[in-house]
Ligand binder design. Structure first.
Ligand code: ATP
Ligand code: MG
Length: 403
């Protein structure tokens, strides 16, 4: 690749490469960034591989962070960007199939490239833009093939996560998996059951949002890879495989739990097993609940108020993907006319009520606020402080509220 044509991400990182070389070590761009720039795809993160050990890297640069020193990775800070610099290494033993049990630093680039998963991921690039390709990765890039580096059976036995990574790259890039690689996957797939769910989730997430999810899922299901998942998602995956729309992660998971007929409780349980964040779990449970309600009935003021604009639109878009009649305008129409969007928009609050009741605390405060909220929402009370105070004192004086 011509140096002046290099994507900006590499140009920014070039001084780091040059500085390592000036100190007498080798350094290269490696992995995904090289692959993606050759494919003219946007680059995520630029990774650098070097013959220098982590300690040697820390001697070269004044600002570094030890982000994975035991794996040989140091973050080098340059201005406001950080670059991951990793020492050439081999992974000698994958005893528990979870973590490389031992990382050995080596001085040869070729050793480092050999331990990478697929030929398209085993490319390196020099500071001059020359590509180093020991495993015919460029040819596989051109033919759009995902091929294990070396003996597929051994490579998947070393680290079974690579099985899922093959489908992840198939989904993201639209490449097909080489036949021998498929055979290796088929022979080792049971080992995927030993892989930590955190690592599985990271790859599965990328697979779900890939542009070529359908083909990747089809192949994955054909080989029954999903049988190794900690939860049986097969029924849902079979349905999801038929969906052609591009999906974001939230939509993909909502569809997956919906297709599996999981209820809210089961949905939460499954997402937790997949180690999703509480925020994500809540979001999917909300979208699923909203979807189920919407399938029975149309939007109304209460539902739009409850779900808010963003979730309502997202629920409607899922409905559309499912092929049901949908109407986005009605959501905007109702939303734009809402007198309040949250409780906080009410011109009266709990402490106002407390004052009216001369400080008498109790559950009645929440109950009355909810009642006022509902009436304001439906236009039965105007959201004006004087009006709401009047209404509240009436309720209090009539002892309707205070027990
Ligand atoms: P992305 O653009 O999604 O980040 P990537 O190719 O950079 O794709 P990463 O998971 O970030 O993928 O890994 C970076 C590189 O490290 C890969 O390109 C590959 O060379 C190597 N690699 C990552 N995971 C493995 C693995 N389990 N076995 C072998 N090599 C791996
Ligand atoms: Mg990466």
């Amino acid at each position: 690749m011509r140096l002046d044509k290099l994507p900006q991400e590499f140009k920014t990182a070039l001084p780091v490469l040059n500085q390592i070389q000036a100190a007498g070590y080798e350094a290269y761009f490696v992995g995904g960034s090289v692959r993606d720039s050759l494919l003219k795809r946007p680059i995520h993160d630029v990774d650098i591989a070097t013959s220098a050990t982590p300690i040697e890297i820390k001697e070269i640069f004044s600002r570094t962070v030890d982000i994975g020193i035991e794996h040989g990775t140091i973050l080098v800070l340059q201005g406001d960007i950080g670059l991951e610099v990793t020492t050439f290494r081999t992974e000698s033993d994958y005893q528990d199939f979870r973590h490389p049990s031992e990382v050995t630093f080596v001085r040869q680039l070729s050793e480092d490239l050999r331990r990478r998963d697929f030929t398209i991921n085993a490319l390196a690039m020099t500071s001059k833009g020359e590509i180093i390709d020991h495993f015919d990765g460029i040819s596989d890039l051109k033919q759009q093939i995902i091929r294990a580096v070396g003996n597929p059976y051994e490579r998947f036995s070393e680290d079974a996560l690579r099985i899922l990574r093959a489908f992840r790259f198939a989904s993201v890039l639209g490449f097909s998996i080489d036949l021998e690689t498929i055979a290796g996957i088929n022979a080792t797939k049971a080992l995927l059951a030993n892989i930590s769910i955190e690592r599985i989730e990271m790859e599965f997430t990328k697979l779900l949002v890939g542009d070529f999810r359908q083909v990747a899922l089809r192949e994955m299901l054909r080989l029954s890879i999903d049988e190794q998942f900690p939860v049986d998602l097969r029924a849902g995956l079979i349905q999801l495989e038929k969906v052609s729309d591009k999906l974001n992660l939230e939509t993909a998971w909502t569809l997956l739990v919906y297709f599996n007929h999981f209820d809210e409780e089961m949905t939460k349980k499954v997402l937790k097993i997949f180690k999703h964040s509480n925020h994500f779990v809540k979001k999917i449970a909300t979208l699923l609940a909203g979807l189920n309600i919407r399938l029975l009935d149309n939007w109304n003021i209460d539902r739009i108020y409850q779900y808010g604009l963003e979730d309502s639109l997202q629920i409607e878009s899922i409905l559309k993907i499912l092929g049901f009649e949908n109407n986005f305008e009605i959501i905007h129409e109702i939303y734009n006319k809402l007198p309040i969007y949250t409780k906080r928009d009410l011109k009266i609050n709990g402490s106002d009520l407390l004052k009216l009741a001369n400080g008498k605390q109790g559950k009645w405060i929440g109950t009355l606020i909810n009642q006022i909220e509902n009436q304001v929402l439906h236009g039965e009370l105007a959201n004006e402080k004087a009006i709401l105070l009047d209404y509240a004192s009436l309720q209090i004086n009539n002892k309707l509220m205070i027990d």
